[in-house]
Design a protein around this ligand. Sequence first.
Ligand SMILES: C[S@@+](CC[C@H](N)C(=O)[O-])C[C@H]1O[C@@H](n2cnc3c(N)ncnc32)[C@H](O)[C@@H]1O
Length: 260
Amino acid sequence: MANNKSEYDMIGIDYVELTENSWRLPIENYTLHKCMLQSLLDEHELLTGKRVLDLACGHGLYTRELKALNCDYILGVDISSEMIKLANDIEYQEPKGIEYQVADAKQLKPPETLFDLVTAFYLLCYARTRDELLEMAGSIHTQLGENKKFIGFTTNIMNYDEKFDKKKYGISRQVNISLEERPIPDGTKVFINLYNKDEKKICTFTNYHFSAVTYEQVFKESGFKTFQWIPFQCDPRASNKELYDQFLQCPNGIGIIATK
Ligand SMILES: C[S@@+](CC[C@H](N)C(=O)[O-])C[C@H]1O[C@@H](n2cnc3c(N)ncnc32)[C@H](O)[C@@H]1O
């Protein structure tokens, strides 16, 4: 996993700047709040009393979103010390009571008190092999209380065709595999490029492809009772909805909800 660590240690601040003001708000954030979190919220639409673990938290974008829902305790974990430093700097400037830790999500110790919710926004796509994906799912399982939920995003496992070159959205992805080699084998590298407003490539990082069936099997093998795919949706009130509707024909990510 040293590769991921050095990758994010180097691109940390670019990742933050290039992704904070993008499609993430009208699409990712909307999908998270409207299609994934709702069944977990109380009558005040909050997570009051809940213990939450946010894996692959990066600079804490979603860790802060979840904390804003009033959870009792939240721990953000990331393998990159640079990303955790960025998260801690933000916490230092505006304290919210979030704890952060540098750790590999595949090698977490069982917690003293189990979590009510484990999240991982773009962790599973860093598993390089099926065994690593299984380790991640197993690790998530050991952190969760019985009947509690995992929610997360991963790189979209469908629609890998060349149509997805959406520099104008600030992101593109590429697999170096010809059409004859489809379906794409598990463990294939997916190169994600981030662009600035002038469509200039600023950084690249590597994800790994696994089929929908492999994800579903791995979660089942880890002991999860349910597994559901949640397609991205766009906020109907988004000002440039037409632009995003096009993006959604071939989105870069997809949601997952699984129950222990
Ligand atoms: C695309 S970023 C997502 C960050 C954040 N969740 C977000 O949505 O903005 C992926 C993050 O996964 C982290 N990561 C990759 N492999 C990991 C692992 N095995 N354990 C913990 N974090 C990992 C990287 O360091 C990086 O910060």
